[in-house]
Design a protein around this ligand. Structure first.
Ligand code: NAD
Ligand code: UDP
Length: 358
């Protein structure tokens, strides 16, 4: 029985010619990339990763292989190096690409917009050129709910046809890339592109072996709260307590990073049904306030997370959450982990790795 099941699983994970399917993952060593590589390897995909370690560590890749119990092929390269990317396609029989690589800090993008356009847009142009030369036209792209800008509360939940309006250089790179992908998908080449608009990915692998490892002071809520809990930082500043929400703090759609990773597996499988370019929200559909996150983090840790309400952070939207119906309908995927699961897993990673991968 076990052998028969294995045979079925092998058949499911191989292409029509019997060989395993191979996916090129850009930004493989990063936070979402590393979790996705584990899920892909476990599902039977062969993976070749590429990363320049600009914001990640090779240790993450060692742990990916350890968790999956399988090796991962890897090339250290900058995506803007077209010759290096051509060489990857020449060496590996790639069926599809998942494109995570890029810079993602909103504040830094305001200070250094050219760096963001060069890295995010430039990398994507280089990648699309190499894919075209290699005849690979199946792509899953890491987009963001930031493409919706700061919509009014009455625009919630956000659907894929909600108006887009990026308000930072980072957000504009995502929007430009989506527009570029629509342009290439409109040519007579057989592109099939899913652009996954993530809401707020948080949490860590339940093993506590891989997780988010921000350099310096975290910009984001969950890593900051967990660093307070582990004693690396003193107190969390809650940005604004006078918003028009039930407890006065902003509301976001926090989604477990393993749910996000599983969304990519589902997206690869759904590419066969895509014609051209299609954006899909990856969110839970549930909004949580900053104080609800702080409370859930305290439950996971076992003691309250020290925090204080301070002034609003400029540019924050009041309430943002997804309508995840299209992901269920098109990918057969929905998030299965809640805020408590997220905090328990993030805390395990933080406790076991108080200084991240260092
Ligand atoms: P991350 O920084 O952990 O991972 C990105 C990876 O890309 C890093 O390992 C980095 O070294 C690599 N990289 C950057 N520039 C590169 C280049 N020119 N060549 C090769 N590698 C390069 O970020 P993440 O949180 O895993 O995000 C992955 C993707 O998802 C990004 O495109 C990000 O914009 C998008 N996204 C993230 C979030 C989030 O909250 N984490 C939300 C929405 C969208
Ligand atoms: N936030 C906060 N303190 C922090 C970091 C974030 O109160 O140290 C709030 C922030 O104002 C927002 C929410 O937490 O309302 C989520 O912020 P994050 O930066 O994690 O994600 P994004 O703003 O991209 O949704």
């Amino acid at each position: 029985m076990a052998r028969r099941l294995r045979g079925i699983m092998d058949a499911m994970s191989t292409g029509e010619n019997g060989r395993s399917r191979k996916v090129l993952v850009t930004g493989a060593a990063g936070y979402i990339g590393s979790h996705t590589c584990v899920v892909l390897l476990e599902a039977g995909w062969d993976v070749v990763g590429v990363d320049n370690f600009d914001n990640s560590s090779p240790v993450a890749l060692e742990r990916v292989a350890e968790l999956a119990g399988r090796p991962i092929d890897f090339v250290e390269a900058d995506l803007r190096d077209s010759a290096a990317i051509d060489a990857i396609f020449a060496e590996h029989d790639v069926d599809a690409v998942i494109h995570f690589a890029g810079l993602k800090a909103v504040g830094q993008s305001v200070a250094e917009p050219l760096l963001y356009h060069d890295t995010n847009v430039g990398s994507t142009i280089s990648l699309l050129g190499a894919m075209t030369r290699a005849g690979v036209f199946d792509l899953v792209f890491s987009s963001s709910c930031t493409v919706y800008g700061s919509p009014d509360v009455d625009a919630m939940p956000l659907i894929e046809s909600s108006p887009t309006n990026a308000v930072s250089p980072y957000g504009r790179t995502k929007l430009f890339i989506e527009e570029m992908l629509q342009d290439v998908a409109a040519t007579d080449q057989p592109w099939r592109v899913l652009s996954l608009r993530y809401f707020n990915p948080v949490g860590a692998h339940p093993s506590g072996r891989i997780g988010e490892d921000p350099v310096g002071i975290p910009n984001n809520l969950m890593p900051y709260a967990m660093q307070v809990a582990v004693g690396v930082r003193e107190e969390l500043s809650v940005f604004g307590g006078d918003y028009p929400t039930p407890d006065g703090t902003c509301i976001r759609d926090y989604i477990h990073v393993v749910d996000v990773a599983e969304g990519h597996l589902a997206a690869l499988d759904a590419l066969d049904t895509v014609e051209g370019f299609e954006p899909i929200n990856l969110g839970t559909g549930v909004g949580s306030s900053v104080l609800e996150v702080v409370a859930a983090a305290g439950r996971a840790v076992g003691t309250p997370v020290a925090h204080r309400i301070v002034d609003r952070r400029p540019g924050d939207a009041v309430t943002v959450y997804a309508d995840p119906a299209a992901a269920l309908q098109r990918l057969g995927w929905k998030a299965t982990r809640d805020l408590d699961d997220i905090c328990v897993d993030h805390w395990r990673w933080q406790q076991k790795n108080p200084n991240g991968y260092r």
